[in-house]
Design a binder for this molecule. Structure first.
Ligand SMILES: Cc1cc2nc3c(=O)[nH]c(=O)nc-3n(C[C@H](O)[C@H](O)[C@H](O)COP(=O)(O)OP(=O)(O)OC[C@H]3O[C@@H](n4cnc5c(N)ncnc54)[C@H](O)[C@@H]3O)c2cc1C
Ligand code: SF4
Length: 330
């Protein structure tokens, strides 16, 4: 691993000041579970020279409902979110998504903002420098995308342009179903980015010097909530496809529904046509099947990842019908 300097920030102002001072050489370190892999494997063309540790900033790990908003501090640990009484009661799909991440050890140190800002898992991109040299590609701005003609089993089936890596974050999927936004602070003050706009095919939208300080979720009363994740290895693995369904059903009729899909595109995808179709209808086998077809309507699989379409349809249907396992109760 290359050497780096380490700066402890004890307030948001200190973190912003340190990030401003070191510019593109600096990188925020939260739980470090993703960042340390990058530093060890040296897969990027350039490396952070300064890590700005934000874990000592007080007050950035709280979870509270204030008026019409659920506010989650950027440093809230995934393990805390998975067992938060407030989330379990009012936002169980988010608690499920946090609980679905990695292993207990990783969830104990990984933060929500780190989970949302983690780097992609494409095997070409992450190929370690120590094993024959890092591989160049479009995301690194030093070559073409190798996944297009290569092994693209785990890549995007929609929304990819130049890069076809998928957003690996489980929590992003549930947050997309809740219309969440990220509150970001930087040298020019504070602003908010809807999660739907946060991911682009080549990166996320944070600029150098910016720090996520919290995630805001409009308070909802949508009691039917499900998060499902299909992965190859059950105990610890990234999603092949994941789905969050959040709905309200009154007298057997769907009054509101949000469906978000993960691991199929550069960011979480809302199935808006399917949502529109379901409003005012009963949710049954027939409408859930039709909605799952609509949800996957615009997909363009690559050569080896067409299998994801069938899995995604099945997860949407199960999420709507409330079928299948609930991770937190198993
Ligand atoms: C073995 C393994 C299995 C995994 N499985 C899953 C999985 O199933 N599902 C899943 O979703 N994830 C999975 N992950 C990824 C894991 O969830 C992330 O590594 C973790 O959530 C990152 O959080 P962190 O606090 O450790 O972030 P760090 O590693 O500290 O940071 C990650 C990135 O986010 C940036 N960052 C951190 N905090 C902020 C902030 N406040 N503002 C702006 N930028 C910030 C950092 O600069 C860095 O670029 C897995 C990781 C491992 C190692
Ligand atoms: S999918 Fe993206 S990260 Fe992977 S090789 Fe292509 S450009 Fe690089």
């Amino acid at each position: 691993m290359r050497s780096f300097s380490y700066v402890d920030a004890y307030s948001v102002e200190e973190a912003v000041s340190a990030l401003g001072r070191f510019g593109a050489k600096a990188r925020i370190n939260a739980g470090g579970t993703d960042l340390m892999g990058l530093l060890k494997d040296e897969y990027l063309p350039t490396y952070p020279e300064v890590l700005v540790n934000v874990k000592n900033i007080p007050g950035l790990d709280s979870v509270s409902e204030e008026g019409e908003l659920l506010r989650i501090g950027a440093l809230a640990r995934l393990s805390e979110l998975g067992r938060s009484p407030l989330l379990l009661e009012r936002y169980p799909a988010l608690a499920e998504a946090a609980y679905a991440v990695a292993s207990p050890q990783i969830r104990n140190v990984a933060t929500l903002a780190g989970n949302l800002c983690q780097d992609v898992r494409c095997a070409y991109y992450r190929y370690p420098a120590q094993v024959g040299g890092a591989i160049g590609c479009a995301r690194k701005h030093n070559g073409p995308c190798l996944a297009v003609k290569g092994d693209n089993r785990y890549h995007a089936i929609m929304g990819g342009r130049k890069c076809f890596a998928v957003c690996p974050s489980d929590t992003a999927v549930a947050l997309a179903a809740f219309d969440a936004s990220l509150t970001v602070i930087g040298p020019h003050g504070e602003h908010s980015i809807p999660i739907a706009d946060f991911y682009t095919p080549l990166a996320h939208r944070l600029k150098h010097g910016e720090l996520v300080i919290r995630i805001e979720v409009p308070a909802v009363s949508l009691p039917h909530q499900r998060f499902f994740k299909f992965a190859l290895r059950r105990p610890i693995d990234f999603a092949i496809v994941s789905v969050a369904v959040v709905a309200s059903v009154e007298d057997g009729v769907c009054s509101d529904v949000r469906i978000a899909l993960g691991a199929i595109a550069p960011g979480p995808v809302r199935a808006t046509e399917a949502e529109e179709f379901l409003r005012g209808k009963p949710i049954n086998d027939e409408t859930a099947s039709a909605a799952s077809e609509l949800a996957l309507g615009g997909v363009k699989p690559l050569g080896r990842n067409g299998y994801k379409v069938a899995i995604a349809k099945s997860l949407v249907k199960r999420g709507l019908l409330g079928e299948g396992g609930n991770l937190l109760k198993e």
